[in-house]
Design a protein around this ligand. Structure first.
Ligand code: NI
Length: 184
């Protein structure tokens, strides 16, 4: 089932997600719905809070990026924990399904090691670099209640204020299902 994506301004996007357990109701279905929703909106990552579920869970599929390493970068991250990040920060223009039409340069470290469970509750500890690391960092921020627009300079943030408040009332173009926190 395709779910609506919660827009900027939704309180759930600002909450720290709760730990997922094997007893979390409907977990398998939730994950399946998240993939369906991500593909329907042409995203490369989606975190549970973005569909209104305050959980430490996100999914990625880097297939639309030709140069991504590993080439088959499709994974479900349950209760992830970034253990270390390293290297010299690099900038890249990021976007977010919860903040349509906004793209801004964000600085992040190029390499990281992360521990997580997959959907079969197998624990992994892996290192990623470049775009794969960046997608993980962006989605990981979501489960911490952080958005990429928090990471840009004060000046740029000020310039964006009007646009962001318009997004929260649904005054924005989007070609996928969304849920806006404030009714016009
Ligand atoms: Ni995002």
């Amino acid at each position: 089932m395709i779910l609506p994506i919660f827009a900027f301004g939704s309180p759930v996007l600002r909450k720290k997600g709760e730990l997922v357990t094997k007893e979390t109701p409907g977990l398998k279905e939730l994950i399946a719905n998240m993939y369906e929703t991500m593909y329907a909106s042409s995203g490369i990552g989606l975190a549970a809070p973005q569909i209104g579920s305050s959980l430490r869970l996100f999914i990625v599929d880097g297939a639309p990026i030709d140069t991504i390493k590993p080439a088959n970068f499709k994974q479900t991250f349950i209760n992830p924990e970034i253990i270390t990040e390293w290297g010299e920060e690099w900038k890249y223009e990021e976007g977010c399904l919860s903040i349509p039409t906004v793209r801004e340069m964000v600085s992040r470290k190029p390499e990281l090691t992360i521990k997580y469970y997959d959907e079969d509750w197998v624990m992994h500890e892996e290192s990623f670099e470049g775009m794969a690391a960046r997608i993980i960092q962006h989605e990981y921020d979501h489960i911490e209640g952080v958005l990429f627009t928090d990471k840009i300079s004060g000046l740029k943030k000020n310039l964006l204020k009007g646009k962001l408040s318009n997004i929260s009332i649904g005054k924005v173009n989007h070609d996928y299902k969304m849920k806006f926190p404030i009714k016009k």
